[in-house]
Design a protein around this ligand. Structure first.
Ligand code: MF3
Ligand code: CO
Length: 260
């Protein structure tokens, strides 16, 4: 079932999503060659808790055979697509690093991600970041009453493929609210004018994951890190969006002035 949020509920979601974006801005100011990814994780957890929120990914999932997610952030470097676990590894000049942040405050979730450059990166990596970020905003633009769900997906996919990159298909965006993952799933590929009708009050986490090479991914031995099968780099950008009567409204707001 897709839950529609009231305006009061949207205000609560704005708060948890604002904390996500503030965390990403804080981390962005510290990303540089030599920083340990665990240090970023500690900084994020401390900041989120200081805002009266809790990290949403820590303790998520897992079952008898696989571990729950152990950290506040997902930190995915170069060929890691998403769900990279923070570690003693240090960022190095030329890396690209996706940082994904989830929060919960007053029972409402926030979710967002950004891929940062570490020092100077190759022009093809920069192109991958630009195209992935643009595809996110193309998708957001379609998140409006009168459209259908896969209008978002189609907009993302066509922009990515026009530039010769590929969208990951085995991982998707999602509805978000009282749960981190709600219906509907929001794939980054699909046919325009198909899928459910978009309604005012829907809240979606739109999150293109884009590979420089082919779309195949594999899960690492840590049971979490998703990596490209061909070892080529991947990028990931995410915003949480509210579908208002008047069009899409960003609930996360990280780097919007610079890029939207
Ligand atoms: N932004 C990702 C998502 O919404 C991050 C999930 S990490 C997990 O699916 F640990 F919570 F799975
Ligand atoms: Co998400």
């Amino acid at each position: 079932m897709v839950s529609l949020k009231s305006e009061e509920e949207i205000e609560l979601m704005k708060e948890s999503n604002r904390i996500v974006s503030d965390t990403l801005r804080l981390l962005g100011a510290h990303i540089a060659p030599g920083i340990e990814t665990l240090a970023l994780d500690r900084m994020a957890e401390d900041f989120i808790r200081s805002c009266g929120a809790v990290p949403a990914f820590k303790g998520y999932g897992g079952n008898g055979r696989t571990p729950a997610y152990p950290a506040t952030l997902c930190v995915s470097i170069n060929e890691a697509v998403v769900h990279g676990i923070p570690s003693r590894r240090r960022l190095a000049e030329g890396d690209i690093v996706s940082i994904d942040v989830g929060t919960r405050k007053n029972g409402w979730f926030g979710d967002g991600a950004w891929t940062f450059t570490v020092g100077a990166v190759s022009s093809v990596k920069q192109r991958l970041l630009d195209v992935t970020r643009e595809s996110l905003f193309r998708g957001i633009e379609q998140a409006r009453v009168g459209n259908r769900l896969y209008d978002i997906s189609y907009a993302v996919q066509t922009h990515v493929e026009q530039h010769g990159f590929s969208v990951v298909r085995s991982l998707v965006g999602h509805g978000i609210g009282r749960d981190l993952h709600e219906e509907p799933q929001v794939p980054n590929f699909g046919r325009a004018r198909t899928g459910m009708k978009l309604k005012a009050g829907m809240t979606l986490a739109i999150e293109p994951m884009v590979n420089m090479g082919n779309a195949e991914v594999v899960v690492g031995e840590d049971h979490w890190t998703v990596q490209t099968a061909d070892g080529l780099p991947s990028a990931h950008f995410e915003h949480t969006v509210y579908i208002s009567r008047n069009g899409p409204v960003l609930l996360t707001n990280h780097f919007v002035e610079e890029y939207a």
